[in-house]
Design a protein around this ligand. Structure first.
Ligand SMILES: NC(=O)C1=CN([C@@H]2O[C@H](COP(=O)(O)OP(=O)(O)OC[C@H]3O[C@@H](n4cnc5c(N)ncnc54)[C@H](O)[C@@H]3O)[C@@H](O)[C@H]2O)C=CC1
Ligand SMILES: O=C(O)C(=O)[C@H](O)COP(=O)(O)O
Length: 338
């Protein structure tokens, strides 16, 4: 069996060596139709567009993406071609929670936002959004939730985007990128959304760049509809808007979910799906690096910033914006301290 694997997926090599006869490691953007033609399976990240152009005429029967997002997989084409695919629900929600926790504390300490007197709006309340809800409640913020697909299933406790626009001091996006259908998220935050905001909120986007219309975001920043923004995901990655990066409070290179724990979860879940599909026994071990020992502060807010300070990632990106993809690929994965 031949498997082509994204060479930036950690903790996978040893496990996969015992599961496949031939394994080829390549950068995610170097998968071509010629290379995948005689492969049985692909193991990818968000950097490989798995569509007709790549897959037509190939032997590929299984695609595992070691990510939660799957907007890079043309699921309609996979269905038509009989290709089974899997993603990793919840794998990196802890990493994104760690990122948002530090961001909220920095909005308080650096921007003067009083968290206990503020209301956060969470758009998309799945694995990540649910953890942000619990986090916000723990730090005494008021919370409004928006998730039309869940509301349409009869679940309670959700409200509409207009209500978030009216009452929230922070609005954080946690939806998948969906371009079609009943609940599309492409440019969900557009000109109309930004100009309807009543409390000049802070905007946080760790979902997908295309969920926020960046032109409208710049307009909102320049005309005072929003106070500031924290952006981890960008339209047109890796060619990001450098003017926007330099204008906002924090900008990072799509690493909100980059914890070692989250990456290990993703590798394990992907290999489990791979084994299940090919009828192989699951007997591999994923070994995480040791937790670094740090002299932690007794104040829990200071400790959180010691554990992860997104301003550092922002500084590096501002210095080397043209190295967006390299900064991601060579990222020093964080640990999730419990
Ligand atoms: N920056 C990063 O490193 C990371 C980014 N992500 C992004 O965040 C997204 C969310 O991650 P999870 O919570 O794990 O996914 P999830 O699939 O568990 O949750 C997504 C939620 O969004 C809701 N949703 C769908 N359409 C919506 C709409 N039009 N309006 C409001 N809500 C809507 C869904 O009903 C669901 O509850 C991922 O799809 C991915 O694109 C996820 C992890 C890391
Ligand atoms: O899981 C997702 O979806 C993400 O956006 C990841 O955090 C980042 O994905 P990759 O960089 O591993 O493609």
């Amino acid at each position: 069996m031949k498997v082509i694997v994204d060479n930036k997926i950690p903790y996978i090599r040893e496990a996969l060596a015992s599961l496949a006869d031939e394994v080829i490691y390549l950068p995610g953007n170097a998968f071509t139709s010629d290379i995948v033609r005689d492969a049985d399976a692909l193991i990818t990240r968000t950097r490989t567009q798995c569509n007709r152009e790549l897959l037509f005429g190939s032997k590929v029967k299984f695609i595992g993406t070691a990510t939660i997002g799957f907007d890079h997989i043309d699921t309609a084409y996979c269905k038509e071609a009989g290709i089974i695919w899997s993603n990793c629900p919840g794998c990196n929600a802890g990493g994104v929670e760690q990122y948002i926790h530090s961001v909220l504390l920095l909005l308080q300490s650096e921007k003067g936002l009083s968290l206990k007197d503020s209301c956060i709006g969470i758009v998309g309340v799945g694995h990540v959004g649910s953890r942000i809800k619990q986090l916000a409640e723990r730090i005494s913020m008021k919370v409004l939730l928006n998730d039309p697909p869940r509301a349409a299933h009869g679940e309670k406790g959700f409200t509409d985007l207009q209500t978030l626009a009216q009452y929230c001091d922070v609005i954080s996006f946690h939806t998948p990128l969906v371009r079609q259908g009943e609940f599309p998220t492409f440019h969900l935050a557009d000109y109309d959304f930004f100009t309807s905001l009543k409390r000049q909120p802070y905007i946080i986007n760790t979902s997908r760049g295309e969920v926020v219309d960046e032109t409208a975001l710049c307009y909102a920043l320049n005309h005072g509809y929003i106070r500031d923004a924290v952006i981890d995901v960008w339209e047109h990655e890796p060619f990001i808007n450098i003017e926007l990066l330099n204008r906002i409070f924090i900008g990072t290179p799509h690493i909100a979910g980059y914890s070692a724990d989250g990456k290990a979860n993703a590798t394990r879940m992907t290999l489990e799906a791979f084994c299940k599909f090919f009828g192989k026994e699951i007997n591999f071990k994923i070994i995480l690096p040791e937790m670094p020992h740090m002299p932690f502060d007794s104040n829990e807010n200071i400790r959180q910033i010691q554990i992860y300070d997104p301003r550092f990632d922002c500084q590096v990106l501002r210095r080397y914006p043209e190295r967006f993809e390299q900064l991601r690929g060579d990222y020093q994965l964080r640990r999730e301290y419990k």
